[in-house]
Design a protein around this ligand. Structure first.
Ligand code: NAD
Ligand code: AHE
Ligand code: ZN
Ligand code: ZN
Length: 369
């Protein structure tokens, strides 16, 4: 079949809108009609060429929601008409990782996913006979996409897809990092570096679990108003201080924060986030994704003296079993999504969504098909 899709031909080039060919779902696969998709900074990261797993030409997008159109042979848990969120972190329920009880990082399809292919090692997308690669197993910048059954969360049929698409990445990642990775306790002091969709979601999660003080840090002060709305108690711009920002935060908090979150993808900021943590127990969670060849560093003494460095992918959330609950939490008013959607547009304007992100003018743009 034909599908309208935004194709990334080459690192650094704008996407172009094409009528691509999509093959039907093979065994264990599902054809999904995407209704809406967010644009996450990770899409921009891969498009920039900084992602060691970036493959071109490809169809990016990993923050979508849609409707099942057709299922391939052997698919038992989904049927046409079901509403779904594609998962870049699958949940097979059977692999060593799924069975460990320690991680959400199912590896059942991760190797082929990283090669831009379906689990059988081939792509369902092409244009004029040329292969187009999948992205993160989701490729939500296409009206029709093919996704493994184990990479789809079935959600409440009444959930508004143009809103809950953001639970496919950003909002779930931030809230989950607070609840699952850091396990922030009531009364905690928290620092959040970077106030995009991820950082604001961390703030939302920190307020949900009863953090007492939430320090929001960004170099773009336009982000402060929304940070305060979500629960930030202090908003600071590192450019306003001559001291290193970690020292400023240690001084503000009688020795450092209980938890910090890096939501930018900047290895210098990752160090600041670790070093603003309290001696003896402070934990810093890396959420931001850094480019090929980048490395983090600190004095090992920072860890010897009790600070902990951790990372979080998709907020530690197991997509098939736990994401439907996040959707219901939105429907019950426990999770806020609407204020994140600062812009909506059609697929033909998708490059504008990237421009707005780079200019620091959007939190999330949602593409409506
Ligand atoms: P975004 O572009 O919307 O927000 C980033 C924010 O960081 C902006 O407000 C920007 O002003 C701020 N910033 C930039 N440099 C800064 C600095 N030096 N100090 C302080 N603030 C600074 O991005 P986003 O969509 O919120 O994504 C944030 C990061 O999280 C990206 O690296 C993205 O790839 C990553 N991410 C990771 C996961 C995961 O599962 N680990 C999931 C989603 C996104
Ligand atoms: N491909 C990159 C890593 C990208 C990355 O870390 N992705 C996050 C999700 S970002 C969503 O916006 C993730 O889930 N990572 C775990 C995984 O299995 O990819 C690289 O550096 O190679
Ligand atoms: Zn993302
Ligand atoms: Zn698994």
């Amino acid at each position: 079949m034909k599908s309208r899709a935004a194709v990334a031909w080459k690192a650094g080039d704008p996407l172009t809108i094409e009528e691509v060919d999509v093959q039907g779902p093979k065994a264990g696969e599902v054809l999904v009609r995407i209704v809406a998709t967010g644009v996450c900074h990770t899409d921009a990261f891969t498009l920039s060429g900084a992602d060691p797993e970036g493959i071109f030409p490809s169809i990016l997008g990993h923050e979508g929601a849609g409707v099942v159109e057709e299922v391939g042979p052997g698919v038992t848990t989904l049927k046409p008409g079901d509403h779904v969120i594609p998962l870049y972190t699958a949940e097979c329920g059977k692999c060593k990782f799924c069975l460990s009880g320690k991680t959400n990082l199912c590896q059942a399809v991760r190797a082929t996913q990283g090669q831009g292919l379906m689990p059988d090692g081939t792509s369902r997308f092409s244009l004029n006979g040329e292969t187009l690669y999948h992205y993160m197993g989701t490729s939500t910048f296409s009206e029709y996409t093919v996704v493994p059954e184990i990479s789809l969360a079935k959600i409440h049929v009444d959930a508004p897809l143009e809103k809950v698409c953001l639970l496919g990445c950003g909002i779930t990642t931030g809230i989950g990092a607070v609840k699952n990775t850091a396990k922030v306790e009531p009364g905690s002091t928290v620092a959040v570096f970077g106030l995009g969709g991820i950082g604001l979601s961390v703030i939302q999660g920190a307020r949900m679990v009863g953090a007492e003080r939430i320090i929001a840090i960004d170099i773009n002060e336009d982000k402060f108003e929304m940070a305060r709305q979500f629960g930030a108690t202090d908003c600071i711009n590192p450019k306003d201080y001559s001291d290193p920002i970690q020292q400023v935060i240690v001084d503000m908090t009688d020795g450092g924060v209980d938890y910090s979150f890096e939501c930018i993808g900047n290895v210098q900021v990752m160090r600041q986030a670790l070093e603003c943590c309290h001696k003896g127990w402070g934990e810093s969670i890396i959420i931001g994704v850094a480019g090929a060849g980048e490395e983090i560093s600190t004095r090992p003494f920072q860890l010897v003296t009790g600070r902990v460095w951790k990372g979080s992918a998709f907020g530690g959330v197991k997509g098939r079993s736990q994401l439907p609950g996040y959707v219901e939490d939105y429907m019950n008013g426990k999770i806020e999504i609407d204020p994140f959607i600062t812009h909506t547009m059609g697929l033909e304007d998708i490059n504008k969504a990237f421009d707005l992100m780079h200019e620091g003018k959007s939190i999330r743009s949602v593409i409506l098909f």
